[in-house]
Design a protein around this ligand. Structure first.
Ligand code: GDP
Ligand code: MG
Length: 201
């Protein structure tokens, strides 16, 4: 098996993250924990690319539909449909509008537990309930209530892969092999080497 330090995850700074001038703030969070940036690009995605991205996991649409239905019910409102797939389609439609509304920055970050740590730093899907100290919790105010009420996607600054299998499908969807860098940085020895030999010369 690969060393855990080789785990990779996809991060996309969504159009609102760029508009809010939070690019540096977001990248800093992942960089300072010790993860390594190995791919980066800025562009306006197509609707096709976004639709394909969210459908890479065949279960995602149903899961997001179920989650959305329960958030309508929690608010005491009637969901647009009781079929999770139909509600999932609605969320995909909203995401296509949101994610193609301006440039995004796509990145691949590498390091031990990259997927889990990036999700932890990023915070929960809904900024309103995302933890204090997380990017979504600290830098934006959106909620299911506001977003569903306005028939738009929740604006939460960032996409981050939700699991290792998700990351493994998402990275090749956003980056060609040649766009992903293989290089080392000196602090990796301090983070990962079994013996630290060189400190005292
Ligand atoms: P993530 O992994 O935390 O980004 O969340 P999901 O994969 O479940 O959903 C993808 C994106 O769709 C989220 O980041 C939100 O922008 C949006 N979204 C998800 N669920 C809902 C919902 O119930 N209502 C609305 N309006 N947007 C949603
Ligand atoms: Mg997700």
């Amino acid at each position: 098996m690969d060393h855990p330090k080789n785990e990779r995850t996809l991060v996309v700074v969504k159009p609102d993250g760029i508009q809010r001038a939070l690019i540096g703030e977001i990248m800093k969070r992942y960089e300072r924990i010790g993860l390594k940036l190995i791919a980066l690009k800025m562009f306006v995605p197509t609707e096709k690319m976004i639709e394909e991205h969210y459908l890479l996991d065949s279960e995602w649409k149903k899961n997001v539909g179920e989650k959305a239905i329960s958030s309508y019910v929690k608010k005491g409102e009637t969901p647009p449909s009781s079929d999770p797939i139909e509600v999932g389609n609605l969320v995909v439609g909203r995401l296509k509008k949101y994610m193609t509304s301006g440039p995004v920055i796509a990145m691949v970050w590498e390091g031990a537990h990259a997927v889990e740590l990036v999700r932890k730093i990023t915070g929960g899907t809904e900024p309103r309930s995302a933890g204090v100290g997380t990017i979504r919790g600290d830098f934006v105010v959106d909620s299911y209530q506001m977003a569903d009420g306005a028939d738009r996607a929740i604006r939460n600054l960032i996409h981050a892969s939700g699991s290792v299998p998700e990351a493994e499908k998402e990275i090749p969807h956003w980056f060609g092999k040649a766009e992903i860098m293989k290089y080392s940085v000196p602090h990796e020895a301090t983070l990962y080497d079994a013996d630290i030999k060189s400190i005292l010369g």
